[in-house]
Ligand binder design. Structure first.
Ligand SMILES: *Cc1c(COP(=O)(O)O)cnc(C)c1O
Length: 398
């Protein structure tokens, strides 16, 4: 049965499990390898000739553990091939460096993940690659920012922390009219809640560290390309020495098999909590793509099939002391950055504008980001209720 006729959860359960990788075992085993040995010159020459095409040749090119997972991610994302990296950040740098060279111009969304911004400002700038940041809500206005040497349009939707949802099809259409390559950080949607290649994306990136692995114990990145861009992404990433450990890939493939059910529960729990928060008097607005108060909500409704557990909200007021009182002393929400695991997380963010050059945040309205895990929402709400009590105690003192 072709993957086009399979429903999503069937695809999640079956993708990449070809018998040539699994040897009939349910999960493709961990094949650790550096050296691959050959019996004859003929075998070796065959491997050299087909080394880019899922034939075992050298550890860095991958083993059945990698090939199986790469096929699964390609199928779910809807692309032609998937390169693996030791982290999501490496998938981003590996993708950008595969297509940019000295003298090129890059259009980067202003609401991008902080390490991606740092890569542009600290590393790419030194290589003679110029970055311009654009408003995530720019839409047709992107046309005015394209220069003769613009090579890549980079998107992240929804944006990190502030969650703006971009008009991906419009941006991609304009980018392609000018011969640009479109790269999307698709981590929030994971490979199942958005179809990036149907929206005009050429390369879709996942921090597999997040929902694919799903258990907060692996660092891994993927970049999936369409037919046209796959050979260049594959070869250039290989030239940069990018590869991932078979053990980590095994854990990612294991996580992937439950992505559908985990995501459904994360979404349900998060919507329930966001709804509860939206009725609190202390809240200015909710930054959850499924809420009208989130910029680009209309694009979320059009382009995504579901949400997940990650969203932010803005308080009407607050300072370091009151926000600290909010986020410290939680029972179930732990303070930490890498979301997408089964557990709930909380972050109090004061300096959004440090990582925004176009869309300045109103810093009088502190932003809190939550990752809603798989715990019972009653317990999470009790935890948040106590957080508001601590916060209000400080606010009412001042
Ligand atoms: C976490 C994250 C990354 C980086 O992934 P790592 O595996 O931690 O390097 C990239 N993009 C987004 C949107 C992320 O949330």
């Amino acid at each position: 049965m072709s993957h086009k006729t399979k429903k999503l959860n069937t695809q999640i359960a079956s993708s990449g499990r070809d018998k040539k990788w699994t040897s009939g075992i349910v999960n493709t085993p961990v094949y650790r390898a550096s050296t691959v040995v050959f019996d004859t010159m003929k075998d070796m020459r065959h491997a050299i000739k087909n080394r880019a095409n899922k034939v075992m040749f050298y550890g860095r090119r991958g083993t059945p553990t990698h090939f199986s997972f790469q096929e699964a991610v390609s199928e779910l994302e809807g692309g032609a091939g998937t390169a693996l990296y030791p982290s999501g950040a490496a998938a981003i740098s590996g993708s950008l460096l595969s297509f940019l060279k000295s003298g090129d111009h890059l259009l980067m969304v202003d609401s991008v993940y902080e390490p991606t911004r740092d890569l542009c400002d600290k590393l790419l700038a030194g290589y003679g690659i110029e970055t311009s940041y654009y408003d995530p809500m720019i839409g047709h206005g992107i046309r005015e920012l394209i220069k003769p040497n613009t090579k890549v349009l980079f998107l992240e939707s929804p944006g990190s922390l502030t969650m703006e949802v971009q008009d991906v099809p419009t941006l991609c259409e304009i980018a392609h009219q000018h011969g640009l390559i479109t790269i999307l950080d698709n981590t929030w949607a994971s490979p199942i809640n958005c179809r990036p290649f149907d929206l005009g994306i050429d390369i879709s990136i996942q921090a597999a560290t997040k929902y694919i692995c799903g258990h907060s114990d692996v660092m891994l990145g993927t970049a999936t390309a369409n037919e046209q861009h796959w050979p260049q992404l594959r070869e250039n990433s290989y030239l940069m020495g990018q590869c991932a450990s078979a053990d980590d890939v095994y854990l990612a493939a294991r996580g992937l098999r439950t992505l559908g059910v985990r995501m459904k529960q994360h979404e349900k729990n998060a919507l329930e909590i966001a709804q509860w928060l939206s009725e609190r008097p202390e809240i200015d607005h909710i930054r959850h793509p499924a809420f009208e108060s989130c910029p680009g909500h209309e694009f979320f409704k059009r382009d995504f099939s579901a949400a997940n557990g990650l969203f932010s909200f803005a308080l009407k007021r607050g300072d370091i002391e009151s926000v600290t009182a909010f986020v410290e002393g939680m029972q179930h929400f732990k303070m930490g950055f890498s979301w997408g695991g089964y557990e709930s997380l909380i972050l109090g963010i004061f300096d959004v504008n440090r990582i925004r050059s176009i869309n300045k945040w109103d810093e009088t309205k502190p932003l809190i980001r939550l990752h809603i895990g798989l715990e019972d929402t009653e317990d999470l709400i009790t935890d948040l209720q106590a957080a508001f009590d601590r916060y209000n105690f400080i606010i009412n003192k001042s």
